[in-house]
Design a protein around this ligand. Sequence first.
Ligand SMILES: [Zn+2]
Length: 223
Amino acid sequence: MFVGHFGIAFAAKRAAPRTSLATLFAATAFLDILWPVLVLTGIEKVRIEPGITAWAPLDFVSYPWSHSAAMALLWSGIFGWVVLALSRDRGAGLACGALVFSHWILDFVSHRPDLPLWPRGPVVGLGLWYSVPATLVIEGAIFTAGIWIYASATQARDRVGRWSLVALVVLLTAAYLSDLWSPPPPSEAVVAWTGVAAVIILLPWAAWIDRHRAAAVPRLAAG
Ligand SMILES: [Zn+2]
């Protein structure tokens, strides 16, 4: 899954209003932040395999440290604890920890059975990616609902607060839909470096949006 993860992070702003959208993005994407680094260092393996699912031409040969359920649980505990220690905000720590693990749940729904329960353990996956229409409907619904929740839980302080959010949503949507007609990536390294580039672009962007938005003030009833 791709934009679905960001939908969950947007929605989490309601549960953790004082946490920057950038931290929420880092939490929801944390397993996919680790993964390209582990692929580039040869610790985990992916292979380009057009047609392996209808959606993603990737065979996740081995990714026990970034994507097994047991490691996801450990990463979520560590991430949540670090956020709690830095912010002294229990709600923020809990929300970020849950976000890290939400990544595994969404990947479990979308991947074919290739996600290990623990390193060298049995592999699972519900295979939403076997159907392009089902992927679009379910992931699109999560993404749209998340944006709606974020946009109603916060309000723009200025024009930047409005348009930086609109631009990010357009970029994520375009990047997501371009998967439908773009050819398979030329190499595994390109896949990994694309992941690294996404982190470098999206986290500062999310921080920038969040600095220009404030918690929404409930509207006074007319009269
Ligand atoms: Zn993932």
